[in-house]
Design a protein around this ligand. Sequence first.
Ligand SMILES: [Fe+2]
Length: 163
Amino acid sequence: MEMETLRDLYVEELKDLYSAENQILKALPRMIKSATHPKLKKAFTKHEKQTRQHVKRLERICKELGEKPTGKKCVGMEGVLKEGKELISEKPDKDVLDAGLISAAQHVEHYEMAGYGTCRTWARLLGYENQAQLLQTTLDEEQQTDLDLTGIAESTVNIDAED
Ligand SMILES: [Fe+2]
């Protein structure tokens, strides 16, 4: 694909996000299964549902643009998720694992937030206000997930892991 305009860059970043979201959808069942604290399991399960919507929003945006969302692999997300996978395979104590899972998930959220914030700004600049709003909705959900995870870590999981 040619990369000459901001629109080209925007479409590439959307494809990157689409790949990232689909990789997350694949990883979440493993994270839900590995989590012990009920609040954490619940937060991951809620985010799995939201992630399906994130995928749909990206499909809708790409359709509007007349572009395919597929065809790119987000190697950044692949690396972030690999670190989470490695942690699980090391079989740490369950409370320590929960603390590590939160850390892994927050790395994922921040990676996504960078992509969505960028795409939202570019969409606005390119005059795609409807797309900018869809991207903002997803960004808000990623941010809320990140805040929820901080809350779970600080109120229980980190404390249990330290004992
Ligand atoms: Fe997402």
